[in-house]
Design a protein. Structure first.
Length: 76
C-alpha cells in the first residue's frame, strides 16, 4: 500500500494516472475505491460498497446467502 499526499498541484493525480496506465498495459485488474463525505462513520465504506457490487448482493438477501457468495471461488 502506498499513501500519496502533498500540497495541491504537485502532480499526485498525474502520478496515479500514470500508474493506472502501467497496470492496464500489464493486463492486471484495476479497482478504484472512493471515500464519501456521506459515509464518514464507516471506515471501510468504499471496500464494503465494492464487495456488495462485485458479488451483486441484493437488499433482500440474508447473511447466509451473502456468505455463500463470498465463499464461491473467484470467477476471473
Ligand atoms: N509530468 C507532468 N508533466 C506535465 N504537466 C504535469 C505533470 N504532472 C502534473 N502536471 C500538471 O500539473 C498540474 C497539477 O497536477 P495534478 O493535478 O496531478 O496535481 P495534484 O497533486 O493531484 O493536485 P490536487 O491536490 O489539487 O488534486 C496539472 O495541471 C497537471 O496537468
Ligand atoms: Mg489531484
Amino acid at each position: 500500500m502506498v499513501l500519496i499526499s502533498g500540497r495541491s498541484g504537485i502532480s499526485k493525480s498525474a502520478l496515479v494516472k500514470t500508474l493506472r496506465a502501467y497496470v492496464r498495459r500489464e493486463g492486471l485488474t484495476r479497482v478504484a475505491l472512493r471515500g464519501s463525505p456521506y459515509h464518514t462513520n464507516s471506515a471501510l465504506y468504499p471496500v464494503i460498497a465494492h464487495v456488495q457490487q462485485a458479488l451483486r448482493f441484493a437488499r433482500h438477501e440474508h447473511g447466509r446467502e451473502k456468505l455463500a457468495k463470498l465463499e464461491q471461488p473467484c470467477s476471473h
